[in-house]
Design a protein around this ligand. Structure first.
Ligand SMILES: NC(=O)c1ccc[n+]([C@@H]2O[C@H](COP(=O)([O-])OP(=O)(O)OC[C@H]3O[C@@H](n4cnc5c(N)ncnc54)[C@H](OP(=O)(O)O)[C@@H]3O)[C@@H](O)[C@H]2O)c1
Length: 261
């Protein structure tokens, strides 16, 4: 059984689109008919993504646009500028997905403050700045849907994970608050919290060190793929989720129940 979404004529922004879950989400949105603004730092990968815009015989085929932006440095003007370029080309957006994030271990007794701050800036403050700009009337049509990326670590932390876990828990809390504010513009916002997903993030040495066999075996359905997570994101962006806001959704392959006897 397959589920397909129809986002024809819709416009979405994906932040962190050059790799992993964000890349898969951008591709699936474009394949479902949406114009996508793909944001990240790695220009080469963004260009490669742009070339994968779906071929269509319709008069106005969906298109992937790209912008290079470091979310830890972006000012309100930078966000405004990339959103203006996109909305100038395609019209106002119908929502956005923020997947930018980095992994890192920060043990309490010897943590690298620069790394801890970068983890927080990337997963949390970047998301806050994005939502603030993207939900402005000049950029967003009423009825937009926004999805931020949390993690199972936001609820179930581990040793040396305080910065990553706190940033992901902060995302979930912020979503609950934002939902009450952006409903004014008829917008919705939710977060998605995956367990281990096979993306480049897992190749990070520090990540590999925590993803041991015991942790992996708790995933009753095995490790996830970017596609597993993108499915939930597309659902939340779609109007089938029109009555859902301010929530966090675990996509964990059974990790939580697999962690308890
Ligand atoms: N994989 C997992 O097991 C897992 C589990 C739970 C939650 N998550 C969360 O899911 C999200 C996506 O992770 P992923 O697994 O898809 O990781 P990934 O493949 O490493 O992708 C991360 C994305 O974030 C972007 N990014 C990182 N720093 C950035 C910055 N300063 N400015 C702009 N973009 C930046 C990267 O783009 P550039 O390098 O081009 O900047 C890349 O597109 C993250 O928030 C992660 O914390 C992942």
């Amino acid at each position: 059984m397959s589920v397909t979404f129809n986002f024809t004529g819709k416009n979405f922004v994906v932040v962190g689109a050059s790799s992993g879950i964000g890349r898969q989400t951008a591709i699936e949105l474009a394949q479902s008919g949406a114009n996508v603004l793909a944001i990240g730092r790695n220009l080469e990968r963004l260009n490669e993504l742009r070339k994968s815009s779906p071929v269509s015989l319709t008069k106005r085929p969906p298109k992937i646009f790209t912008e290079q932006l470091d979310v830890t440095e972006a000012t309100a003007e930078d966000w405004s500028s990339v959103l203006s370029n996109f909305t100038g080309a395609v019209g106002r957006i119908n929502g956005g997905v923020y997947t930018a994030g980095i992994w890192g271990l920060t043990p309490l007794n010897s943590f690298d403050a620069t790394l801890a701050k970068k983890i927080f800036d990337t997963s949390f403050w970047g998301a806050v700045n994005f939502v603030q700009s993207a939900t402005r009337k000049k950029f967003s049509d009423g009825g937009g849907s926004f999805v931020l990326m949390s993690s199972i670590a936001g609820d179930f932390s581990g040793k040396s994970l305080f910065a990553y876990s706190a940033a992901k828990a902060a995302v979930q809390s912020a979503v609950k608050s934002f939902a009450k504010e952006i409903v004014r513009g008829k917008h919705r916002i939710n977060s998605v919290a995956p367990a281990l997903v096979k993306t480049e993030m897992m190749q990070n040495e520090m990540y590999a060190a925590t993803a041991n066999e015991e942790i992996i075996s708790r995933h009753l359905l095995g490790l996830g793929t970017a596609r597993d997570v993108a499915g939930m994101i597309l659902f939340l962006l779609s109007d089938r989720a029109a009555w859902i806001t301010g929530q966090n959704f675990f996509v964990d392959g059974g990790y939580i129940v697999g962690s308890y006897t």
